[in-house]
Design a protein around this ligand. Sequence first.
Ligand code: CP
Length: 306
Amino acid sequence: MKRDFIDLWNLDPEEAWYIVKRTKEIKKGKEDPGRVLEGKNLALIFTKPSTRTRVSFEVAINSLGGNSIFLQEKELQLSRGESAQDTARTLTKYIDGVIVRNHSHTWLEEFAKWSGFPVINALTNKSHPCQVLSDVFTLYERFGEDIKNLKIAYVGDGNNVCNTWLVAGGLFGLDLFVATPESFGPDSYYLQAGLDLSNYTGGNVYLTTNPVEAVRDADVVYTDVWLSMGDDSEDSKREALKDFQVNDKLLSHAKEGVVVMHCLPAKKGEEITPEVFERHSEFIFTQAENRLHTQKALLEFIYGHQ
Ligand code: CP
């Protein structure tokens, strides 16, 4: 049966931890992931810009022996109204997998439903599972099994990355505090999924509108851009988020030695100050590097099961 990766809950906790631990082996070069994609063609359909996700997936596919085909929506009949259903049924005749970055999560679910190959979500308006899977690895690499004893704070916009962190908190059994403005909170469906998974894994997922409460005694502070691609609520959003900037004042409430994460690209001066960004840049760019290693482990997991 094909394995899609549309949301983090497509993995059970055991599988999710397996991929995180496998990523560590792959990164260390202890075990070669092998050429699990030998003879396979994977397409990337991207309707939005990408630096990290696109490049790390293409490099991962090529290093696992596969061939990557980058497709932009404007070059496909999708741009002229061809449906997700017909595009999926056509590509099923040629392709072994598709990695999609798209505005609409609903479109992606429809596309996956009609595809005969694994479909991987490279970001939608609702969810960014490859990013957060990799971020959990970055924390596991740094803190090992202590990751479950960390207080992790997500501060900022309740966007696709925030939604996915709520699920990750539950899936991995983490202690996660999310602070967003009331008017720009996460999707209740993802919050509920995180809470439900927490009941099973022993995690703690907590949502507040108070950034200081989330950051108080935190070991990790995570943020993301306030205005995601396609977001047109500019002025009201900046106003609502002004107290959620990751700056020295907010970080003064965190533990000494707090690590700051950002999935990039950053808008320095908005969600994070330039000073805080530069002080934590080594960790932030390790976070970016780890997209590659995690993508290899994810592809190995998906195609190793076929
Ligand atoms: N973080 C992230 O997904 O980066 P890109 O938009 O560059 O792919």
